[in-house]
Design a protein around this ligand. Structure first.
Ligand SMILES: [Zn+2]
Ligand SMILES: [Zn+2]
Length: 224
């Protein structure tokens, strides 16, 4: 059951944090983002990558991972990087941000696929989603969208990952393509997690706290 509920908890936790921290962008959110990037990257390398290489032919796996990286690059033209931690939109805009919404939903839907009983990807997705939910909620609260629009945005966004997990775990059609989709998701994860780690080092200045947090993410993912 946790494989369905954890991604939803992540959004709930994110919304609560966004309400508590209000408008200030806290150092803690940035550290959490760095941790989530390292943790997701490590879990992908330790858990998901060997699993997919085991089921698919090596070169084919590489090809689909590459497709995932390209897909995420394309999605970010529309989301402006919301999947890896920053939302830039004109705050006065009252038109519902359809492109941001749809690209985030597709991203979340796909990242539900590799979650199943036999791996720990659900923890990676849980940790990855919390800072993203914080940033998106903060953005929505500052925007001039109606309450109904904000609530629907968050609810649908929260349900996309469990929907992906449900389809990958229960539908027969999905089981034939599951390894291909998982390879694409590896590409997505590789792209977002490395981007988080890259963007989190401002001007490549040495930051001990950040480095410790990143190492912690890798170590926890290793021993989980
Ligand atoms: Zn970015
Ligand atoms: Zn994601």
């Amino acid at each position: 059951m946790n494989k369905y509920l954890f991604p939803i908890y992540a959004i709930l936790i994110g919304v609560v944090i966004a309400f508590i921290t209000k408008k200030q962008k806290s150092v803690h959110t940035k550290l959490l983002l760095s941790f989530s990037g390292a943790f997701l990257l490590a879990l992908t390398l330790f858990d998901l990558l060997p699993e997919v290489y085991h089921h698919l032919e090596a070169k084919q796996t590489g090809l689909f991972i590459m497709c995932g990286i390209l897909l995420q690059i394309i999605l970010e033209f529309f989301s402006k990087g919301a999947e890896h931690g920053h939302v830039h939109m004109h705050k006065s805009n009252t038109i519902f941000p359809w492109l941001l919404f749809l690209s985030l939903c597709l991203h979340s839907f796909l990242e539900g696929f590799p979650i199943h009983q036999h791996n720990d990807m659900v923890y990676g997705v849980l940790i990855h989603k919390i800072p993203i939910a914080v940033l998106i909620t903060a953005f929505l609260l500052q925007s001039s969208y109606s309450k109904l629009q904000i609530v629907s945005f968050l609810i649908i966004f929260a349900l996309m990952t469990p929907l992906g997990t449900y389809i990958s775990n229960n539908l027969d059609i999905a089981s034939a393509y599951i390894n291909i989709i998982n390879a694409v998701v590896i590409g997505i994860f590789l792209h977002i997690s490395t981007t988080i780690l890259f963007e989190s080092s401002e001007g490549h200045k040495f930051n001990l706290t950040k480095l410790i947090v990143i190492c912690l993410g890798v170590v926890i993912a290793y021993f989980i």
